[in-house]
Structures are given as structure tokens and as C-alpha cells.
Write a protein that binds this ligand. Sequence first.
Ligand code: 13P
Length: 288
Amino acid sequence: MGLVTAKEMLEKALKGKYAVGQFNINNLEWTKSVLQTAQELNAPVILGVSEGAGKYMTGFKTVAAMVKAMIEELKITVPVALHLDHGTYEGCYKCIKAGFSSIMFDGSHFPIEENVAKTTELVHVCNQLGLSLEAEVGAIGGEEDGVIGKGECADPEECKKIADLGVTMLAAGIGNIHGKYPANWPGLSFETLAAVKEKVGEMPLVLHGGTGIPTDQIKKAISLGVAKINVNTECQLAFQEATRKYVEEGKDLVGKGFDPRKLLAPGAQAIKDTVKQKMEIFGCIGKA
Ligand code: 13P
């Protein structure tokens, strides 16, 4: 199977009361680890690509070509969506052209009228081309690729405005932030989540900042309509820790331990372990 959009997998998740994981990718090892884990666990998966990661991998065309070829070469049969994460208006068009199957337009930092206008345009384009579209209301806090947000709670009325445009999924800020949560983080605002859910009905909701949210809060968020959860930093930390251990134990100095395929193997395994743990919590194992 080639790439699919996120629409069907999220509709199924919403009905089945589980969430599909979006795991952000940075390079070949990341992509391979996430795809292999999804296949092994028979889980649908969304590969997230930020604009910074896209640039790092030399451009969105390279990313799309790599992911499509890898799905074929690894004989991946579970549903895989290739999704732009926090896209700018220009970035959305670049990814549409490059062959992504799903797009996020992050207009949360614009006044609501401008967010509505740009999202409306992208709804039409994505509908015509058969792509799924994620929109955002209420900036997600923390820093990701230079994009900084305060961790706002979205206005449920504004969420309804954007949901009614016909987007596929909606990211609504509920006090979540990217990166590690500070010790004094008050937790997710379930009050906001419930109010948003009431306004948007059957629209799958997206929870960004999946790193470090306690399991009970994740499960409660899923029970209140979250059908997609994004994880990025946690895979990076797992990769860092495993790679550091390999080098600190001097394994790169023994035999051909310097071979990049050996040097990067523990980190890749750590990503697989992290993806598996998350999928267990999200409840998406066996749902392909
Ligand atoms: P974390 O880096 O906190 O896991 O957030 C990922 C994310 O929301 C990507 O959009």
C-alpha cells in the first residue's frame, strides 16, 4: 500500500476510542524505525515532518520519495500517512506538490479571521486533491523548530468556526506544550477539551506535545475525543540516551564499532521501543 490520508484512520480511531500516533521523523533511521514498529504491531501510523526537519532532509521532495520507496522496500502494509507538521501557508503548498498525503496548516498565530480565510482555501485544495488537512486553534506552547507558543487554551467558539470549514482534524490548545513539561505544569485542561468537543462534534481532535504527558491524562484525553497524538521529543531523547551510552561504553572504539550502521543501531532500537510504548498507551496496536 502506498501513502494514505489520515482521514479514515482517524475516523476509525474516534469510533474505537483510541488514538493514532504521529511520530516526527528526522532522517532515514527515524523513518525506518517508526515504519517497522507500526508494521510489527499492525498499527496505523502518521509520519510527521516539521518544516525544519524537511529542510534538514534536503527538502520535502526527498522526504516523500524516501518514505514512498521505504514503504515499498520494507513491504509495509499498514496505513501510513505522510503529514506536514505545523505548516506555514507556503510550506503547505510545497508539501502538496511534493506528494505528501496529509497537511497541517498552523494558522493559530494569525487573527482568527485570517486563520479562517487561509484554512478555507486549503480545505478546497486538499479536498480536490484528496488530502487530509489539520488546522490549529490556540497556539501549542513550547518551542519546536523555532516556532514558539505559550500553551494557550483554545476558544471553543473559534474551534467550531474552523471545524465547520470542513478540515479533517483539529489541533486545539488545551495547555499542552512541545518538548519537556516543566515541573510546575498544571496538566491538560480537560475543561477546555470537553468544551471544544461539545462544539466540534465528531471532528477528530489532535493532541500535540505528546512527550511526557502522564498516561492517565492521555487516556482521559482519548475518552474526550482526541484521536491523534503527536510525539517528537521523546524519540529524540531516547535516541540521544542510547547513542550516548554506546559511545560512553567505548563500543565505537572496538572493532568496526565506528561503522555508522553499528553506531546508530542502539538509537534506532530506542526509537522503536519508544514508539511501541506510546502505541500501547494510545491503544492503536492491531488496529491497522
Ligand atoms: P513533543 O515534541 O512534545 O512530543 O511534541 C510533538 C508535537 O506536538 C509535534 O507537532
